[in-house]
Design a protein around this ligand. Structure first.
Ligand SMILES: [Zn+2]
Length: 108
């Protein structure tokens, strides 16, 4: 049985769950000077500064880095689902619009 609705909700819930758990790490990543910061030798890296000061636990950061590709995949999938829903909505609108036009022509 195909239940895309339930899978959709499950994906988004999982994403939010991980985001809440690693909220501090995610906020630190956003504090880096560069968007594509590799957190290695880049200047202005907020993650490295937090690791050095002890504000961010090394084990916690390692765990977050391991999860990050999975998080990105979930986000990509959620975005694709949203686009798919939008496309279906537009197709339905188009169909309704065409039906209206057909009715207009019939009335004349
Ligand atoms: Zn960084």
């Amino acid at each position: 049985l195909d239940t895309p609705g339930i899978r959709e909700v499950g994906l988004i819930d999982a994403d939010e769950g991980v985001s809440v758990v690693f909220d501090d790490a995610e906020q630190l990543v956003q504090g880096c000077r560069f968007n594509d910061c590799g957190h290695a030798n880049e200047p202005g890296c907020a993650v490295r500064a937090a690791l050095q000061s002890g504000a961010l636990d090394h084990a916690r950061w390692a765990h977050f880095q391991k999860l990050e590709p999975e998080l990105a995949a979930v986000e990509e999938k959620a975005g694709w689902l949203a686009k798919d829903a939008e496309r279906r909505r537009l197709a339905a609108l188009q169909k309704a619009y065409r039906a209206t036009k057909r009715n207009d022509r019939g009335a004349r």
